[in-house]
Design a protein around this ligand. Sequence first.
Ligand code: PHE
Length: 346
Amino acid sequence: MLENLEKIKQQFSEELNAVNSNAELEKIRVSFLGKKGLVTEQLKNLRDLTPEEKKTAGMQVNKLKNEIEQAIVEYQKTLEEKEYLQEIENSEHYDYTIPGGRGAGTLHPISIVQKQIEDIFKTMGFIIEDGLEIQTEYNNFEAVNIPKNHPARDMQDTYYLDNGQLLKTHTSAAQNAIMKKYGAPKTGEPLRVLFPGRCFRNENLDASHENTFFQLEGIMIGDDISISNLIYFMKVLLSEVFERDVKVRLRPGFFPFVEPGFELDINCEICEGSGCPTCKHSGWLELLPCGMIHPNVLRMGGIDPDKYTGFAFGLGLTRLAMMKYNIKDIRLFNSGNIKQLRQFTR
Ligand code: PHE
């Protein structure tokens, strides 16, 4: 019997070495350890032995059984590793030595829309400015008429830094510095500035909320600027971006830095107004809050509110890109998922 066991062991290791797949491995397991397997047969044969013989032979058979079980488990790991390496070998891999040009990157959908709007506004005499991402509390809040303890601060759940500064919650944080930089407009030549930027708020993430998003803000200040100028510019902006007329609605909106203030909503392009998660089932998306710059804000920027008036708008650039490209989930933008993002930019 012991001779038999030696043979079985030999046979097992030969067969195992030829195994190339999980299916083959399973076959071997059955042929040795299954109900009618070679090792199982040996266990059954123990019946015919004397108690004395049974003891030693039993130990030997069990030892072989354990060895075989162990070897199968080990081999399975080897197979998995092999399969994994094979997969890597077969998958497309990046060759850093290939000269540039082929497979070059594309612009992010947000950059594309941003550039498009910058181009439109540049032709209308706007200067493009860059705001800082780390701002003082003064610039982000006080300078736009949101003093300490004002309830409007609650609407912008803010990331404060250890040094007392903060991550800007809106592009309006740049208004004060821009007004101070350019000063009061010359007669007949209104100050026109466009300032896109990344903003941060501590939001609960869902299809339409991100903690990092882009706005694009614009101001126009002069000695004769009115709400009709504001509406004109907003209409030009939207029809150029969507390359057709989009349905909009204007309703009163409160922002401490504009008076009067408006919310310009656009018809949700994703569900065409019938309601979906992106528009919170309302059919409309808040896209363009705007209004006439509050006298306090002009004054803090060093511009005399008795002489000048102006409008400001803060476009939700990320939302606009969602509408333009029919992107249903805002989280895609910061996902770094190049395959998915590329489909919008080809
Ligand atoms: N800063 C405002 C916000 O992020 C938007 C806004 C900008 C409103 C300019 C009016 C004028 O909520």
